[in-house]
Ligand binder design. Structure first.
Ligand code: FAD
Length: 431
């Protein structure tokens, strides 16, 4: 088959590699001068990341894709046991061991919380486990966790929710949150481990994929139209994978599948702001610290690049669910003030760079209808927004890319039912 992959983010790369490995003739059409999409580096010395990215041990398909492209995750990622230290407080830290035992021991050993809070969290987690980590799809994370002790909500649920779903707990889908908890905290050993990039983001996948794809990559090509048959800007292909943003996929698929396009078009977005501060000679007590968000404190996490193989003295402050700050402005100055209040510095920090990604991820709200992978026979969509168990993440994008590749190949073989679980054209809720 000759297959066009439109868009070279992690979803497009995953689809392209899977299709090429299956022996198909592929072309990746990417409108930017480089691939990587939202998970890319931007110019600087050393390069900055478009946003600080965290992977976890449960991201098995992403890690497998990196290995397939010759990247050793052990070299480019720093693996740490899940820990949420706050400035001056050790915070929750999960010891090694089987997931349930590790979680229980970690919570019981967290002496920053009163015993009642530790027991309350364990009781709630036991209830989630007993119910198979499922809940009413209309429930928000804040509603799900309303009965939890305040300390567990403030120091665990709220930061994890905004980090994983990029949506504040009162607006975030409890069902997706529970699925993330299940895969991260209660699946195989090491699933909860944090994997922090210690190379610029583009070196994790996009750079090696560029070399691997070679002439199959067509950069600077914004696809304008797709017509049945399938023709991409007039060129004939046997199948097409739309691995571009939901907005672009809706534009391209609109004339062919209006219902699918309407679902993709209806997704709303949440911004993420990354503020880089520079402070020569300074270091944090850990490569990553959680921070308490508040009306004058935008950032929820800070990363010390000096401890992550990057530039010493460079600190990335992450503001997820950043819509209010994007609206009111002054985010970088507020982060600087927060940094001065909450952390110790060897030299006064200064604002180095502000990166605002207005459409960082879709807003992962309760009951959200996400479009399925299959648009029409031979026409598939891949991306972190496609219906699936995960919020907008690298792993969600990679899995969607693999499912689209599989569906397109199955359609071409004639007997396929398309991507697993993908009802053609109709929106799908989180399973
Ligand atoms: C600041 C920030 C922080 C994040 N942090 C994390 C994190 O810690 N952990 C995590 O797992 N995830 C994180 N994410 C989410 C993660 O980056 C995304 O889920 C993932 O990169 C999405 O990949 P994708 O391939 O679905 O889409 P994209 O990366 O958006 O790729 C789509 C590609 O299609 C191209 N394109 C669009 N239209 C066309 C067209 N018409 N023709 C040709 N090409 C086109 C675009 O240029 C782009 O390269 C973060 C995202 C941001 C922005």
């Amino acid at each position: 088959m000759k297959v066009a992959v439109v868009g070279g983010g992690w979803a497009g790369i995953a689809a392209a590699v899977a299709l090429a490995d299956a022996g198909h003739d592929i072309a990746v059409l990417e409108m930017a001068p480089h691939i990587g999409g939202r998970a890319r580096s931007v110019a600087g010395e050393p390069p900055y990341d478009n946003g600080q990215h965290i992977l976890i041990g449960a991201y098995r398909d992403s890690l497998a894709l990196m290995r397939r492209l010759g990247v050793d995750p052990g070299t480019v990622l720093k693996r740490l046991p899940l820990a949420l230290p706050y400035p001056g407080e050790p915070g929750l830290c999960l010891p090694p061991g089987p997931p349930l035992v590790s979680f229980t021991r970690g919570v019981l050993a967290h002496h920053g919380w009163p015993l009642s809070a530790r027991l309350g969290l364990l009781a709630a987690a036991g209830g989630w486990l007993a119910r198979g980590f499922r809940c009413d799809e209309a429930l928000s994370v804040a509603e799900l966790c309303a009965g939890l002790p305040a300390a567990a909500r403030r120091d665990l649920v709220e930061p994890l929710c905004v980090a994983a779903l990029n949506t504040p707990a009162p607006q975030a889908s409890a069902r997706v949150f529970l699925r993330v908890l299940k895969d991260a905290l209660f699946s195989g050993a090491d699933s909860a481990d944090l994997l922090l990039p210690r190379r610029p983001l583009s070196e994790l996948l996009a750079g090696p994929a560029t070399a691997w794809l070679g002439e199959r990559l067509r950069l600077g090509r914004r696809v304008q139209s797709i017509t049945p048959g399938w023709r991409v800007d007039g060129e004939a292909f046997d199948a097409v994978v739309l691995a571009c943003s939901s907005v672009e996929a809706a534009r391209l698929a609109g004339p062919l599948a209006p219902a699918w396009a309407a679902t993709a078009q209806a997704l709303r977005f949440e911004p993420i702001v990354t503020v880089y501060l520079h402070s020569p000679g300074s270091a944090l007590p850990a490569p990553m610290l959680a921070l308490r968000e508040g009306p004058q404190a935008p950032a929820q996490f800070v990363f010390d690049h000096g401890q992550l193989g990057g530039a010493p003295g460079r600190f990335a402050f992450v503001v997820s669910g950043a819509a209010p700050w994007v609206e009111r402005g002054g985010c970088a100055e507020a982060v600087l003030a927060q940094a001065l209040r909450e952390l110790s510095w060897a030299t006064p920090p200064v604002i180095d760079r502000l990166l605002t990604e207005k459409r960082a991820t879709f807003a992962c709200t309760p009951g959200l209808a996400r479009p399925p992978a299959r648009i029409a026979p031979g026409l598939y969509a891949a991306g972190d927004y496609i219906a699936g168990p995960y919020p907008a993440t690298l792993e969600g994008a990679v899995r969607a890319g693999l499912a689209a590749a599989q569906g397109a190949a199955a359609d071409a073989a004639g007997g396929g039912t398309g991507a697993k679980g993908a009802a053609s054209g109709s929106p799908t809720k989180t399973p």
